[in-house]
Design a binder for this molecule. Structure first.
Ligand code: SF4
Ligand code: SF4
Length: 169
């Protein structure tokens, strides 16, 4: 029995687990398909075979899938054979580890302390309305929770550490 690949990608503002992306990207790349807007309907249709994609969220999934396929193509063209740009944690690709901050927008006052505090640049301001958001969740250091400690509004949370036990943590 074959097992499909699993990774978490940023869809809109939320990390979302998806299966079969590596296989899908490899198929499109092998077929010489360029990562441009014309491919979006096929990316969505193919991803739907293995994942639930709500119609209401289709635009965000489309953007995310195209972005990830662009990264995949760039990696292939650069000759990089590594599966991930975020490295591994205990030998497991970082994209498979469900560890990143969740920011509660109703509590956050956009003070920016987490933006300047996090050494990994996980947080950033939106360009349009200057709201703080989790811009690069997979750059978060697994097991770190320091930004939750310094947030004056207690607007940041993390999963319980027990989720890491599955991965040898
Ligand atoms: S430190 Fe807390 S309140 Fe301030 S921007 Fe970050 S999440 Fe929002
Ligand atoms: S837990 Fe640490 S690495 Fe992760 S976002 Fe917060 S400060 Fe950055």
């Amino acid at each position: 029995m074959s097992t499909l690949s699993y990774r978490q990608i940023l869809v809109g503002r939320f990390m979302t687990g998806m299966v079969g992306l590596d296989e899908m990207f490899a198929e499109f790349y092998k077929a010489g398909r360029d990562p441009d807007e014309a491919l979006v309907p096929e990316l969505l249709a193919r991803a739907r075979k293995d994942n639930y994609i709500p119609v209401a969220g289709e635009a965000e999934y489309a953007e995310a899938l195209l972005r990830e396929y662009r990264k995949y193509c760039a990696q292939q063209e650069s000759g990089c054979t590594c599966r991930t740009e975020y490295g591994t944690w205990r030998g497991i690709p970082r994209e498979q580890i469900p560890w990143f901050p969740t920011l509660y927008e109703d509590l956050c006052d956009n003070c920016g302390k987490c933006v300047s505090f996090c050494p990994e640049k996980v947080f950033d301001f939106t360009t349009d309305d200057r709201r703080v958001y989790v811009a690069s969740p997979l750059k978060c250091q697994v097991e770190c929770t320091e930004c939750a400690r310094i947030c004056p509004q207690k607007a940041i949370s993390f999963p319980p550490r027990t989720v890491l036990q599955t991965f040898g943590g």
